[in-house]
Design a protein around this ligand. Structure first.
Ligand code: HEC
Length: 143
């Protein structure tokens, strides 16, 4: 006897084939969340890498600028260390005339000029913060 077609078992729809699209929503959302978090972490890392060296190079300037300098001591330091190039009266020799230099450079730039060695033949000086503050006070008197 042949079974009527209506009795033939129908192929059940695969339960998992429907479950996958249903799960894609949350899975994609968590992927997006992970990517956003990763991007935020990368941004934070870059900021840290950029900001840290700047913050580390600054304490010298900061502690120098917190000190009250003596123009008299600075003038003596200038005669010993700087006058050979800038002249006894800072009128200029090998190095430029330093009168009115405070109008051209702010304190941080003046400190960098002295400690960086970035403009040869001017050497890189490493004065103690107090000596640097004294030199700044002296440079301020040159108007
Ligand atoms: C070996 C020579 C030499 C010595 C020593 C020297 N300088 Fe200089 N200095 C120069 C030269 C050259 C320049 C110009 C650099 C440039 O901008 O190219 C200069 C530039 C400067 C400037 C910037 C001037 C401007 O118009 O912007 C300052 C400030 C300065 N020197 C301060 C000092 C002080 C303070 C000392 C001592 C601690 C010193 N220098 C010692 C040669 C010297």
């Amino acid at each position: 006897m042949i079974a009527p077609p209506s009795v033939l078992p129908t192929v059940p729809s695969h339960p998992e084939s429907e479950a996958i699209p249903a799960e894609q929503g949350p899975r994609q959302r968590s992927l997006v969340t992970a990517m956003v978090l990763l991007a935020a972490a990368a941004t934070a890392l870059i900021l840290l890498l950029v900001a840290l060296p700047a913050a580390r190079s600054d304490p010298y300037s900061r502690s120098t600028l917190q000190l009250a300098g003596s123009a008299e001591t600075g003038g003596q330091l200038f005669l010993i260390n700087c006058a050979g190039c800038h002249g006894i009266g800072a009128q200029g020799l090998v190095g430029p005339d330093l009168h009115g230099v405070k109008a051209r450079k702010n304190d941080r730039q003046l400190i960098r000029q002295v400690v960086s060695g970035q403009t040869p033949p001017m050497p890189r000086f490493q004065p103690e913060p107090q000596a640097m503050a004294d030199l700044l006070a002296y440079l301020h008197t040159l108007s």
